[in-house]
Design a binder for this molecule. Structure first.
Ligand SMILES: Cc1ncc(COP(=O)(O)O)c(C=O)c1O
Length: 325
């Protein structure tokens, strides 16, 4: 049993609080991907839901507890997907939702946050500046601040994916998990290490946003001054110590991948699996592309964790012009 902030019994109980529309997502072996990757590949599809990412599993927990306690408002900082998920979950429970995001976040994500009736405040900086601003709003207005990856519900929500993976047959040799703030990796990693300890837990981050991976490798919080990646969902600079402690318990490895591999991964998922994914969701495929020998002959599952892309940017990455260059 891994010694983390998480508890598998609580994660099982959490399933009851999550709208079933976000649970038991498709999990299937995708043979069409395999010739390009040299190993058996299954995908866990977290994009086929109303917010096109896994983040609503956590926001369902946060908002159901808030609504039960009589709260009326909630605020979060978001790279885009948490905000959209919180807006969706909060709207259904009559909560006023404020989201603080970078004005450089993909317009598609920002538009959906607004469309779901949340108040959207933009900062002229990155996600970590948005975090500061959201904390200020929470203090000033006296409302709940949702801190992704730090707040246990965000990890428990993501961890319900782990229950679905651990319950699957046949079991996998390795699970590839996109790593940002760490809710997804610590949540899924906790359950996998508890229920299927033989499965290798591998976190994947862009080389252009490596803070959590460097922290995991050095076993202490390492921050970076900037980030430079198209994978906007995982581009943090300031890892949270408590999340790193959990990640150290559950991750077997943390790898960094190049931008070209992320784009190649998005193309493979489009061409051979018919999946439109955002860059963060292609990190697992990118990791296989960069180290085929490591995965050869093994059965790997990758969590396709988000599909919110700006159409123009997506066409730039995957369209014919990009393929010729
Ligand atoms: C699509 C996508 N993938 C991966 C992540 C990273 O998840 P975490 O911050 O839980 O590590 C996020 C975070 O918002 C995301 O939106």
């Amino acid at each position: 049993m891994p010694e983390t902030r998480l508890d598998t019994a609580r994660i099982r109980a959490a399933r009851e609080m999550i709208d079933p529309i976000f649970l038991d997502t498709p999990l299937y072996r995708c043979e069409a991907l395999e010739p390009g990757l040299g190993c058996a590949v299954s995908v866990k599809l977290e994009t086929a839901n109303p917010v096109r990412s896994f983040k609503a599993r956590g926001t369902e927990l946060v908002t159901s507890a808030l609504a039960a306690g009589g709260s009326r408002a909630v605020v979060c900082a978001s790279a885009g997907n948490l905000g959209q998920a919180l807006a969706w979950s909060g709207r259904g429970r009559g909560l006023d939702v404020t989201v603080v995001a970078s004005r450089f976040a993909p317009a598609a994500k920002l538009d959906r946050i607004r469309a779901l009736d949340a108040r959207l405040e933009l900062v002229d900086g990155d996600f970590d500046l948005a975090r500061e601003r959201a904390a200020g709003i929470a203090r000033y207005e006296g409302i709940r601040l949702v801190e992704d990856s730090l707040d246990i519900e965000t990890c428990e929500g993501a961890a319900t994916i782990g229950l679905e993976l651990a319950g699957a047959a046949p079991s996998f040799d390795a699970v590839l998990i996109a790593l940002g703030g760490g809710a997804l990796a610590t949540g899924v990693g906790h359950v996998v290490k508890d229920l299927a300890p033989g499965v290798e837990v591998i976190c994947v981050q862009p080389a252009g946003a490596p803070a959590m991976t460097l922290s995991w490798r050095q076993r202490r919080v390492v921050t970076t001054e900037t980030t430079d990646t198209i994978a906007d969902g995982v581009a943090g600079r300031l890892p949270i110590a408590a999340v790193l402690d959990d990640l150290l318990q559950v991750a077997d490895d943390a790898v960094l991948v190049q931008e070209t591999s992320i784009i190649a991964g998005m193309r493979l998922l489009l061409d051979h699996a018919g999946l439109v994914v955002e860059p963060s969701a292609a990190l697992g495929i990118a990791a296989i592309l960069e180290d085929r020998d490591r995965f050869a002959g093994r059965h790997v599952v990758t969590i396709v964790c988000g599909g919110n892309v700006d159409p123009d940017a997506y066409r730039r990455w995957t369209g014919p012009a990009a393929r010729e260059s």
